[in-house]
Design a protein around this ligand. Structure first.
Ligand SMILES: *[C@@H]1O[C@H](CO)[C@@H](O)[C@H](O)[C@H]1NC(C)=O
Ligand SMILES: *[C@@H]1O[C@H](CO)[C@@H](O)[C@H](O)[C@H]1NC(C)=O
Ligand SMILES: *[C@@H]1O[C@H](CO)[C@@H](O)[C@H](O)[C@H]1NC(C)=O
Ligand SMILES: *[C@@H]1O[C@H](CO)[C@@H](O)[C@H](O)[C@H]1NC(C)=O
Length: 380
């Protein structure tokens, strides 16, 4: 009997150990979707590590490492006459000239992620942030022309090359006042699964259901900044082609969305194209279909979305009252190559009454080959 119990204990112990190791491994494995550790800066530095608003110690802000002139900004804090706005909670951080802030992220190697964060311009007209997860790095323009609050949220995607990566946000600015620079707050991460090809659609992510993390309590949407052609976008395989202007990703919780839970708002007129490359068979006929409308965000006026594919194009006008609604557009074209670039551009520049830029929404995009049925019938 004694021996039996001992054996039971012996066999139970490795199992328990195994369980502990598994749980620990899973916890250490990769970060969860959502806010980064202290991603909203609500965990404050110790008073002893602050001189006024300037953060003195490299590790003073819990979970972050800083370098250069970094300020810890409380809501209600002023600079001269200007109130420095904080988008959420009581605190944000400001990056002065050449200052940076970074955090180590445990990731799953080979997986794509997108980072969402919010930023506001303060003193200078053109502020920028350099976002890096080596070897990828992009300089995002911080323009604050899309919201009246002064804050915009941005997204940026990357592929994890290692199981731990350093995420760096750097202000490359050189202003006269070294304290001048963008305010930042609310850093979140989201895993981007490989975009699936659905039945009856050659395009992927045509409904824009896959995209960056969106904060439930920030009603401004998330900007998709312009990118290099070989970068991975948060709405991949869609690409945002522009020199400096963005597209806005919107959700049905805060906007009128034609289909599903997400769509894009083409907020930069002719200066930005949303494109996707799709495999096609030269000589075959295709039909591209989409919904164009307004996001119900007070963006009123004449709008038009133009779609391009192969040698074809179609312009879909839409009269917006800013209250939501949409119309459908279609483009029939014949493929002339192995691969066809489908592109969407807003042909109108629209502005809300508060002076912020806005535009038509695009959603529910599909591409089908229109000959397959007839060809099959002929074969039978
Ligand atoms: C705090 O900043 C002020 C002004 O920038 C400076 O004169 C002072 O020496 C600083 N104090 C400490 C403890 O670093
Ligand atoms: C803040 O001070 C406490 C107590 O002195 C210390 O335990 C803690 O590590 C400090 N935190 C930081 C971020 O330096
Ligand atoms: C952006 O930051 C990365 C990493 O710190 C650096 O290698 C790169 O040169 C920077 N780019 C610009 C334009 O400042
Ligand atoms: C089409 O694809 C084949 C193989 O993938 C390639 O060899 C060929 O060059 C392509 N043709 C065109 C016109 O792109």
């Amino acid at each position: 009997m004694g021996r039996g119990r001992e054996m039971a204990l012996m066999s139970a112990r490795p199992a328990a150990l195994f369980l502990v190791v598994c749980v620990a491994a899973r916890a250490a494995l990769a970060i969860q979707d959502g806010l980064l550790p202290n991603g909203n800066f609500e965990q404050a530095p110790n008073k002893s590590q602050l001189n006024g608003s300037r953060v003195m110690g490299r590790y003073a802000i819990p979970h972050w490492e800083i370098s250069g002139f970094v300020e810890y900004i409380g809501s209600g804090q002023k600079q001269g006459d200007m109130l420095l706005p904080v988008p959420e909670g009581a605190y944000a951080v400001r990056l002065g000239n050449d200052a940076s802030i970074q955090q180590r992220l445990p990731l799953k190697r080979g997986t794509h992620y997108s980072i969402t964060f919010c930023a506001a311009r303060t003193c200078a007209q053109t502020e920028q942030l350099n976002i890096t997860v080596a070897p990828e790095s992009d300089v995002l323009p911080i323009q604050t022309v899309y919201t009246s609050s002064g804050w915009d949220c941005y997204s940026w995607a990357f592929k994890a090359r290692h199981s731990t990566e350093t995420f760096i946000v750097h202000n490359p600015g050189v202003e006269e006042d070294p304290a001048c620079g963008p305010l930042i707050d609310l850093f979140a991460i989201k895993t981007l699964p490989p975009p699936q090809r659905l039945k009856d659609n050659i395009l992927r992510n045509g409904d824009f259901e896959q995209g960056p993390y969106m904060f439930p309590n920030t009603p401004w949407g998330v900007l998709l900044p312009p990118m290099d052609e070989d970068d991975y976008s948060p709405v991949s395989p869609w690409m945002i082609m522009s020199s400096t202007k963005s597209i806005k990703y919107v959700d049905s919780a805060h906007y009128k969305v034609p289909h599903g839970a997400h769509a894009v708002e083409l907020v930069s007129g002719l200066e930005t194209a949303l494109v996707q490359d799709v495999p096609t068979v030269p000589g075959r006929p295709y039909r591209l279909q989409f919904a164009a409308g307004d996001a119900g965000d007070g963006c009123a006026g004449s709008m038009a979305v133009q779609a391009y594919a192969a040698r074809g194009s179609v312009r879909v006008p839409y009269q917006s009252r800013g209250k939501g609604g949409c119309t459908r557009g279609a483009l029939d074209f014949t493929a002339i190559a192995n691969q066809t670039r489908v592109a969407f551009v807003s042909m109108s520049y629209n502005m809300k009454t508060d002076g912020t830029l806005c535009g038509p929404v695009l959603d529910d995009v599909s591409l089908v080959c229109t000959r397959t049925h007839r060809a099959r019938r002929l074969l039978l």
